[in-house]
Design a protein around this ligand. Structure first.
Ligand code: PLP
Length: 365
């Protein structure tokens, strides 16, 4: 059978491996997953309570206006409900963005190594991809490429902080960059980990209110999958000018997120204690990973996220990942990004100790 020819240029997203699947395949009882940047403390207690209370409503379609969650987010960010769209993960909002702007005649711009879904969605539309030669975000290079291909480039993705490398631009340099971009070019600011970055350094903090007030062409993306511990429920959101939100609504299927996810997200936003505990654990535990890297001559970048990326010289990251897997530890090998590197989600103190102990043994061999 012949398919849309765009599919010939596409590869599948490589997801982090599943705990139960690995446990079965390797016959290991205890599997630790530090692969997908999920919250190591699991689901916020308040969200668990909400899920229990609302389980019996799973037979009902959700409230498609999503007013409860929208109002909660509107309150949090001091914006209006009409500036918000909720998606099955912020991934779905990326899809809306791409499908609303890109086609085979135009292009998008991103950094050398970043979240793989931007390119996957864009290729589904047959759009051209421009990437900076720098793997981390280099706005000078963004500007040069953008100025050169201004007519073509209709979306610029900035991942703040960047997955899978962890680096983060300062908010004021981002704003300065956006001021020079044409109003018909959509700027997608992916803030999946921005809470972690803001906690570490307030210069990295992005405020949706300020962004949409100044720019009609900015889309801010947030998710409940990382800090808020709801990856399995698939829920995220986009914040933008109403013109953008209304365009996305034309692409959205009704009931695109579940009623349980909507309720749990509201509860998660209220669970301040859980959020605080997560942020604190992340940055204190990350120090252990820096110390370990230093001791073993592993290269790192400064991380503003809930993960750290280890770059190797002689050792092979595929080989190391495979050895870790045999010990029941799942991390994310970055071979598919063309890097001899691995991304490790910062876990609980117990998980981190386990990882570092096993890794030390593996490196010594
Ligand atoms: C995890 C992630 C997302 C979105 O995840 P969802 O689970 O779809 O909300 C978006 N961007 C980046 C960079 C991510 O790492």
């Amino acid at each position: 059978m012949n398919f849309n020819e765009f599919l010939n240029h596409l590869s599948n997203y490589e997801p982090g491996k599943d705990i139960e699947v690995i446990a079965k395949e390797y016959g290991i009882s205890e599997v630790i997953k530090l692969a997908s940047n999920e919250n190591p403390f699991g689901v916020p207690p308040k969200a668990i309570e909400s899920l229990k209370q609302n389980a019996s409503k799973a037979y009902l379609y959700p409230d498609d206006s999503m007013i409860e969650l929208k109002s909660k987010l509107a309150q949090k960010y001091k914006i209006k409900n009409e500036n918000i769209i909720i998606g099955a993960g912020s991934d779905q909002i990326i899809e809306f963005a791409v499908h609303s702007k890109l086609n085979p005649q135009n292009a998008f711009l991103q950094t050398g190594v970043t979240f793989a879904m931007y390119e996957i969605y864009a290729k589904q539309r047959g759009a051209k991809c421009y990437k900076t030669s720098s793997i981390t975000h280099d706005l000078k290079e963004f500007k040069t490429l953008y100025d050169k291909h201004k007519e073509e480039i209709k979306i610029i993705f900035l991942c703040l902080p960047n997955n899978p490398l962890g680096e983060c631009l300062d908010a004021d340099e981002v704003l300065e960059f956006i001021r020079d971009v044409d109003k018909d070019c959509l700027l997608v600011l992916d803030a999946a980990y921005n809470e972690f970055a803001s906690f570490k350094d307030e210069k990295k903090h992005l405020e949706p209110y300020d962004l949409i007030k100044e720019f009609e062409n900015v889309l801010f993306l947030g998710t409940f999958s990382k800090l808020y511990g709801l990856g399995g429920l698939r829920i995220g959101y986009g914040i933008a000018n109403t013109q953008i939100i209304n365009a996305f609504y034309k692409l959205r299927a009704p009931f695109n997120v579940s009623n349980l996810a909507l309720k749990a997200a509201v509860a998660a936003l209220d669970d301040e204690e859980f959020v605080k505990k997560t942020l604190k654990n992340n940055f204190s535990q990350m120090q252990l990973y820096y110390e370990f890297a230093k001791k073993h001559g592993i290269k790192t970048l400064q991380s503003y996220t809930n993960f750290i990326t280890y770059f190797f010289d002689e050792k092979n990251s595929i080989d190391l990942s495979e050895k870790l897997l045999k010990k029941g530890i799942i991390i994310r090998n970055l071979k598919s990004y063309g890097l001899n590197a691995m991304r490790i989600t910062i876990g609980t103190p117990y998980e981190n100790e386990k990882f570092l102990t096993e890794m030390e043994k593996i490196l010594k061999k």
